[in-house]
Design a protein. Structure first.
Lengths: 389, 109
């Protein structure tokens, strides 16, 4: 999805309805300091966000979180969104989805459900999410099929589960998945905190790719997306199709961001829908204009023939790894700081771990907030600021 | 191709779907006019296609009742003098392969 040249249109609105979540996944990309943002937008405020974004041209709506099913008003929001003309996608762990709820959501106009799984085995699913949810998820998967939705599964891959890719593929097939997204972990939020535990070896990634290729050849009925792991690449990803071009994210407490993660960036003031109109925030606010286009680029991006292709990668990753969001994303091997990425991969491969694996929880979030800046960016990289906002 | 719709010299291709059956949008697809984009768009899970020109003219006539031959007639009536048959057939095949279009089973009629 991309806007035509000219005035950018936020075609995709991602509504993070809540940071609350029954799971405690170690690879979650929510901010580690989420526990300080408890003042969720009301139903009326969300309806206003939906109307304002629709007026700007938003047409795809992602309802995510946290776990969006924890919002009691989810059905009302789906109904409102459908009435406005959105295509409504629910991105869920499935916890809280039962016969009554899925029926009401479908009646309200929900068109798509993406269900996340942590692993193919009960032990690892339950360990990675720090809950007992594996069988529940299997039930929900059947419910999704019964209600005539395509079965779209998302499994986040990392060092601890990537060797189970063959089993994950078989599980997806047994559950009748139409699409399976194997998304290698992106290292933000909790995942960044736990990076030394989660980064896979190159050999693991290669074996996983091989397993996917073999499975694909035998199962044409299932579409499989293998999201290439950033840290093993030599060119960065074109993040959210370009800053402030296509994607609009609204956090549970109403802060408007150009991606899921930008809340962590220091020196940028992202306005809240409680203070300003969305139209002003999208078109006029200094934060949304900060990295639009390529005027902000430094070398090696500025003179790079590939700059239009990847737009210098991810601003948040540049900040997390180099301490400055205007630097080249160090995933790029032309970045003078590329060794920040290769060094992290090597350290993980050698099993050098300085911290225990930390589950996402309110308690741990508060602990990290007390720990002066809510994350490890400062300790590791000398950059200021706070991933938790 | 039925002989009624065949022009001399047109390739006698066998279609991947039954052209006697009405065409409808694939289950997960939704077509709508987007003023901000100035065109019809085809929406599907987490994605969107902008439809312009011929594709837009064809897709906006998909109503679950019209067959491929009906579609060709409707378009030739809307654009008199143009020989659209091959273009429409070609587009319908692509759209069918992508799942945008499906045939409506007789049991549903």
């Amino acid at each position: 999805m991309s806007s035509a040249p000219g005035r950018p249109i936020p075609l995709w609105l991602n509504a993070e309805l809540t940071y609350r979540c029954p799971l405690h996944c170690v690879f979650c990309y929510n901010p580690t300091g989420y526990a300080q943002h408890t003042d969720e937008l009301s139903t009326e405020e969300w309806c206003s966000v939906l109307r304002q974004a629709r007026d700007l041209g938003a047409v795809q709506l992602g309802l995510s979180g946290g776990e969006p099913l924890l919002r009691d008003d989810l059905e009302s929001l789906v109904g409102e969104a459908r009435g406005l003309g959105y295509y409504v996608n629910l991105i869920t762990s499935g916890v809280g989805l039962n016969e009554g709820r899925i029926t009401r959501l479908k009646d309200a106009g929900l068109q798509h459900i993406q269900l996340s799984f942590q692993d193919s085995t009960r032990e690892l699913n339950d360990f990675l999410s720090s809950t007992r949810t594996f069988e529940l998820k299997q039930r929900v998967a059947r419910l999704v099929k019964q209600h005539d939705y395509p079965m779209v599964m998302n499994v986040v891959l990392h060092r601890i589960n990537i060797d189970h890719v063959s089993e994950i593929l078989r599980m997806a097939s047994a559950l009748g998945a139409d699409h399976l997204e194997l998304a290698n972990t992106q290292y933000y939020g909790w995942a960044f905190h736990n990076r030394e535990h989660l980064l896979p070896d190159r050999a693991q990634v290669e074996r996983a790719e091989q397993a996917v290729a073999e499975f694909r050849a035998q199962h044409e009925e299932m579409k499989i997306y293998f999201v290439v792991p950033d840290y093993h690449a030599t060119r960065p990803k074109r993040c959210v199709n370009g800053w402030g071009t296509t994607f609009l994210n609204v956090t549970p407490d109403g802060v408007v961001l150009p991606c899921h993660e930008a809340r962590m960036l220091p020196g940028l003031e992202f306005p809240s829908v409680r203070e300003r109109e969305l139209r002003w925030i999208w078109h006029q606010s200094p934060a949304f204009n900060r990295y639009r286009g390529d005027g902000w680029m430094r070398e090696p991006c500025r003179s790079c023939p590939e700059k239009e292709r990847d737009l210098g990668g991810c601003r948040c990753q540049a900040y997390l790894l180099t301490g400055d969001a205007a630097n080249t994303d160090p995933v790029c091997d032309l970045s003078p700081e590329h060794q920040r990425v290769t060094g992290a991969v090597e350290a993980a491969a050698q099993g050098r771990r300085s911290l225990p694996l930390l589950f996402r929880s309110d308690e741990n979030s508060r602990l990290l907030l007390q720990d002066s800046d809510g994350g490890r960016a400062r300790d590791l990289h000398g950059g200021g600021g706070c991933p938790g906002g | 191709m039925s002989s009624a719709a065949s022009d001399a010299g047109a390739p006698q291709r066998r279609l991947a779907f039954d052209q006697q059956l009405p065409l409808q949008l694939g289950k997960q697809f939704r077509l709508q006019w987007e003023p901000s984009q100035g065109c019809h768009v085809l929406l599907y899970p987490e994605g969107m296609v902008q439809l312009q020109g011929g594709a837009e003219e064809i897709m906006k006539r998909i109503d679950g009742k019209t067959t491929l031959l009906g579609l060709i007639s409707a378009l030739e009536a809307a654009f008199p003098g143009a020989d659209l048959r091959d273009d429409v057939v070609e587009f319908a095949e692509i759209a069918h392969a992508k799942g945008w279009l499906i045939t409506r089973a007789p049991a549903e009629l």
